[in-house]
Design a binder for this molecule. Structure first.
Ligand code: NAD
Length: 316
């Protein structure tokens, strides 16, 4: 009987698929300091981002044959080391792309209509200062017809570009690896349309975009810092639903304070889980606590994909 510990949980559909295939699945979370002891009784471990699977765990758990990451980033797993030790490491990179892309637009729609500030002020002043708040938020703008700069044109960058194109936005994309091709936009009723999109230079994205969204992996030095903010259009909006560390946070605050950047939407931070207070309190920043993949649909797709990867591995 193959036993799997889903230490950061797994969608019920994924769990049922594994159980139907004859696996035993435990979903009770074992704290990190008890993980080695618990894993002596399991053949496979699935994690999201909370559980860390470092060398010490890998060395001390000779029964472990597979580590599954529900999601994209595998920063919490010593992937190469595990593979050297003969442990399979699998993830579900595409399952959450649309959910992250939609969160980008939640931040964009929030920023262009000042919702991050209105949602803070209405509960306090909505019944005494209604007209002055109405005036404060009077200069909203529409997204249609504006240009979205997408830095990092992989799975999520492309999904984000597709949402933008469906909204009638223009897209300027940059990737380390230039790309020429088209994106297929699917509409209700089975209609689909191919739109050609080619990547341009980073400078072009930075100079010509009304909004810029980042979709790269973690980088050693920030992709956006003071020099890049200086080159942007006045009033640009910035969204980061990718990884902390790829925007210089202090430079972003300075650019928001000077008015160069009109708003930012952040899902990820340098210092998770204790982001900089100046970001959390900034009236021009729409904030979410790293929830890009946290939709029912994405978690279901992740669970199903993870279950099939596990079944495939153990039935080989
Ligand atoms: P991906 O690998 O499909 O795409 C990343 C793209 O970035 C690649 O095309 C790569 O060539 C490009 N790239 C790398 N470095 C670059 C650089 N310096 N400049 C420009 N392009 C660069 O990855 P993905 O699935 O699209 O994920 C993108 C990011 O989103 C990852 O960092 C991932 O961890 C993050 N993510 C966040 C959440 C969330 O909850 N907010 C959820 C899922 C993924």
């Amino acid at each position: 009987m193959i036993r799997i510990l889903a230490n950061d949980g797994i969608d019920p559909i994924g769990k049922s698929l594994l159980e139907e295939a004859g696996f035993v699945v435990d979903t009770e979370t074992v704290p990190q300091d008890k993980l080695i002891e618990a894993l002596q009784n399991y053949d496979g471990l699935t994690v999201r981002s909370a559980t860390k699977v470092r060398k010490d765990v890998i060395d001390a758990c000779p029964n472990l044959k597979l580590i599954g990451r529900g999601g994209v980033g595998m920063d919490n797993i010593d992937v190469e080391y595990a593979r050297e030790k003969g442990i399979a490491v699998v993830n579900t990179p595409a399952a959450s792309s649309l959910s992250v892309a939609e969160l980008v637009f939640a931040h964009l729609f929030t920023g262009v209509r000042f919702l991050q500030d209105a949602n803070r002020k209405m509960p306090l002043d909505g019944n005494t200062q209604f007209n002055s708040l109405k005036k404060a938020y009077a200069k909203g703008i529409e997204l249609k017809g504006k240009t979205l700069g997408v830095i990092g044109f992989g799975r999520i960058g492309r999904e984000t570009a597709k949402v933008a194109l469906r909204l009638g936005m223009n897209v300027l994309a940059y990737d380390l690896f230039p790309h020429t091709g088209s994106l297929t936009l699917d509409f209700a009723g089975g209609v689909s349309v191919d739109i050609p999109v080619a990547t341009v230079s980073l400078e072009e994205v930075i100079r010509n975009s009304d909004f810029i969204t980042l979709h790269t992996p973690f980088a050693e030095r920030p992709i956006l810092a003071a020099a890049e903010f200086d080159q942007m259009k006045p009033g640009v909006g910035i969204v980061n639903c990718s990884r902390g560390g790829i925007i210089n946070e202090q430079d972003l605050i300075d650019a928001l304070d000077s008015g160069k950047v009109s708003f930012a939407g952040l899902d990820v931070y340098d210092n998770e889980p204790t982001p900089l207070a100046a970001l959390l309190q900034h009236p021009k920043i729409s904030l979410t606590p790293h929830i890009g993949a946290a939709t029912n649909e994405a978690q279901e797709r992740i669970g199903v994909e993870l279950a099939s990867l596990i079944i495939e591995h153990f039935n080989k």
